[in-house]
Design a binder for this molecule. Structure first.
Ligand SMILES: Cc1cc2nc3c(=O)[nH]c(=O)nc-3n(C[C@H](O)[C@H](O)[C@H](O)COP(=O)(O)OP(=O)(O)OC[C@H]3O[C@@H](n4cnc5c(N)ncnc54)[C@H](O)[C@@H]3O)c2cc1C
Length: 480
C-alpha cells in the first residue's frame, strides 16, 4: 500500500469559525468567516512537529529540551520512521575544522554550484554534535568512518548493523516516549492556519485516526514531512522528463508504504513559502543487484562485462554513466567476504540477486562473456591491492572480489531523493520569495531545499535531517 494521499492541497473542508479572518494554507482559502459552520474541535500546543523521520524526531526532542511544554508530534503513517527507518544509515559527520571544511566543500562542489554555502556549512558544523546526540541516546557507532556510495571521501558512520536507520528511529522514539511530548500516529497534517495577513502561523489542521478534523493552535510548527519522491503529481509538475512509472528506492515495485508525498512542501507553498531546487531529483541504482552501501566491496559492470564508471563516483556521474548504457542498467557483483546490508536475504529470495559458486557460473547467469568478466575482476582486484584504480586512474580502497560464493544482480535507476523543497534560513525558518520569514514556521530534512543544490553527497541526507531537525526544534521552542 502506498500512502499517496491527497496531501494537504485540501478542499476548503476545514470549517472556519464565525467572524474570523484566517488563511487556511492547506486549502489556499481565504475565508471571511461569515457563513455558519460546525464548530471544529481545537486544542492548544506550544510546538507541533509534523513527521517522525530523523528530522521530525530530532525536532521534537530538541523542542522538549529547549523548554517547550506542550509538544505534539504528528505522523500520518501507522508507525514512525519515514524514509529514515529504511535507510542504510550512513551518516556523514566531521569533528575537526579541516574535516568540516572538507565536507562543506564536497557538498558545494557536488551540488554543482546550487547549494547554499551557509546551509552546507551549517550541516557540516552541526554534524558531529548530531552524532554525539545519537551516541547519548545509545547508538554505538562503528570505529572507522567509511566511504558511503555517492560520497567522495570516507566521512560516514553507522551503528554497525545492517539496519542502522531503524536503530536511529528506535533510540529517538524511546527517548521521546520518556518525555511529555504527545506522539500521534495516523494523524495527517492537512493545512496551516495563518494569522491575518498571513505573516505568522497560528495552527495546523489535522485529520485524526478517527477521521475527524481538528485544529491544533500552536505557537510554532516544524514541517519535517520528508521529500516528494512518492508524489506523482509533484514529479509531473517539477520533473516532467521523468518516466511516470519510475520505481523509488523507498518502495521498489511500488508496493510499500511511502509517505514522501511532499505534504509539507505543499502546505508551506500555500502559506507563501519559497520552494528551491525542485527539479533536482536524485536517481540511484539501489533497488536491484546492489547489496552494499559503501564503496569498495562490489564491482559494477555493463553487459559486456566491463566497468564503465567508478563505484565511488558521485550520484550524478553514476546516473549519467548508466544512462549511456544501451540497457540503461548494469550488473553488480560482490563476493562472500564483504559485509552486506539487510536486503540480501530478501533479494536472494525474490531472485533480484543470485548466488554463484564460481565467477564462471555468475558470468553464465549474467549472460556476459566469462573471459571479459574474469579479466575485469582480476584487474579490479589488482587495483584494490595496489590502492590505485587502473580503470579510472584514481586512488582506490576496498576488498578484492574473489571469495566464493559470488552474488550478482541487475541494477537500474530508481528515484531516491528530492534535493529541493522549502527554502529555509540556517535557523530553519521558512522563507518567502522576498527573503522574509513566515513567523513561527520551521522546516527541516528532506522537505527542505538549498542545502545540497543539484545533488546530494552520500551520507548527507540523514545528517541534514538530524542537524536541521535539531535546529528547527530548538528555534521553535524558543519562538514558542
Ligand atoms: C532506501 C533508502 C536508503 C537511504 N539511505 C541513506 C543513507 O544511508 N544515508 C543518508 O544520508 N540518506 C539516506 N537516504 C535518504 C534519507 O533516508 C532521507 O533523506 C532522510 O531519512 C529524510 O529524513 P526526514 O526526516 O526528512 O524524512 P522521513 O524520514 O521520510 O520522514 C518524514 C515523515 O513525515 C511523515 N509525513 C509526511 N507527510 C505527513 C503529513 N501530512 N502528516 C503527518 N506526517 C507526515 C511521513 O509519513 C514520514 O514518516 C536513504 C533513502 C532511502 C529511501
Amino acid at each position: 500500500m502506498r500512502l499517496h494521499g491527497r496531501g494537504p492541497q485540501g478542499s476548503g473542508e476545514h470549517p472556519v469559525k464565525r467572524r474570523t479572518l484566517f488563511l487556511i494554507a492547506g486549502s489556499g482559502l481565504l475565508t471571511k468567516g461569515l457563513r455558519a459552520a460546525p464548530q471544529l474541535s481545537e486544542e492548544p500546543a506550544d510546538v507541533v512537529v509534523v513527521g517522525t523521520g530523523a528530522a521530525g524526531l530530532s525536532a521534537a526532542l530538541a523542542a522538549v529540551d529547549g523548554g517547550a511544554r506542550r509538544v505534539v508530534l504528528l505522523e500520518k503513517a501507522p508507525m514512525a520512521g519515514g524514509h529514515t527507518i529504511i535507510s542504510s544509515g550512513s551518516v556523514a559527520a566531521e569533528k575537526t575544522p579541516e574535516g568540516i571544511a572538507g565536507l562543506t566543500n564536497e557538498i558545494i562542489e557536488n551540488g554543482e554550484g546550487r547549494a547554499d554555502p551557509v546551509l552546507a556549512r551549517t550541516l557540516a558544523e552541526g554534524s558531529w554534535a548530531a552524532r554525539e546526540r545519537l551516541t547519548a541516546l545509545g547508538i554505538d557507532w562503528i570505529t572507522t568512518p567509511f566511504r558511503a556510495v555517492g560520497s567522495p571521501s570516507a566521512r560516514s558512520w553507522n551503528s554497525g548493523s545492517p539496519q542502522s536507520g531503524y536503530d536511529y528511529v528506535q533510540v529517538m522514539m524511546a527517548a521521546l516516549r520518556k518525555t511529555s511530548a504527545s506522539v500521534r500516529f495516523l494523524s495527517r497534517a492537512e493545512g496551516l492556519l495563518l494569522s491575518e495577513k498571513g505573516k505568522s502561523v497560528e495552527g495546523i489542521y489535522v485529520r485524526t485516526r478517527s477521521g475527524d478534523s481538528i485544529l491544533i493552535r500552536a505557537r510554532a510548527i516544524v514541517l519535517a514531512t520528508g521529500g516528494f519522491t512518492a508524489s506523482g503529481t509533484l514529479l509531473k509538475r517539477f520533473a516532467p522528463q521523468l518516466p511516470p512509472d519510475l520505481e523509488t528506492t523507498a518502495s521498489a515495485g511500488g508496493e510499500l508504504l511511502d509517505g514522501a508525498t511532499g505534504d509539507g512542501i505543499l502546505m508551506a507553498e500555500k502559506a507563501g513559502a519559497k520552494l528551491v531546487d525542485m527539479d533536482a531529483l536524485q536517481m540511484l541504482p539501489l533497488a536491484g543487484g546492489r547489496l552494499l552501501d559503501y564503496v569498495g566491496g562490489e564491482v559494477w559492470v555493463n553487459d559486456r562485462g566491463r566497468r564503465f564508471v567508478s563505484e565511488g563516483a558521485g550520484f550524478r556521474e553514476i546516473e549519467r554513466a548508466i544512462a549511456k548504457q544501451p540497457s540503461k542498467s548494469m550488473w553488480v557483483i560482490s563476493d562472500a567476504r564483504s559485509p552486506k546490508g539487510a536486503t540480501l536475504g530478501l533479494k536472494l529470495m525474490d531472485g533480484t540477486v543470485r548466488e554463484a559458486g564460481t565467477l564462471e557460473e555468475a558470468a553464465h547467469g549474467m549472460r556476459v562473456s566469462y573471459s571479459a568478466l574474469q579479466e575485469t575482476i582480476e584487474r579490479y582486484n589488482r587495483s584494490v591491492r595496489k590502492h590505485w584504480d587502473d580503470d579510472f586512474g584514481i586512488p582506490m580502497r576496498g576488498l578484492p572480489v574473489e571469495t566464493p560464493p559470488f552474488f550478482y544482480g541487475r541494477e537500474h535507476f530508481a528515484l531516491h531523493y528530492s534535493c529541493g523543497g522549502i527554502a529555509i534560513t540556517p535557523r530553519a525558518e521558512v522563507l518567502r520569495p522576498d527573503g522574509s520569514v513566515i513567523r513561527g514556521l520551521y522546516a527541516a530534512g528532506e522537505a527542505t531545499g538549498g542545502v545540497h543544490g543539484a545533488a546530494r553527497v552520500g551520507g548527507c541526507g540523514l545528517t541534514d535531517a538530524f542537524v536541521f531537525g535539531d535546529i528547527a526544534g530548538r528555534e521553535a521552542a524558543r519562538f514558542a
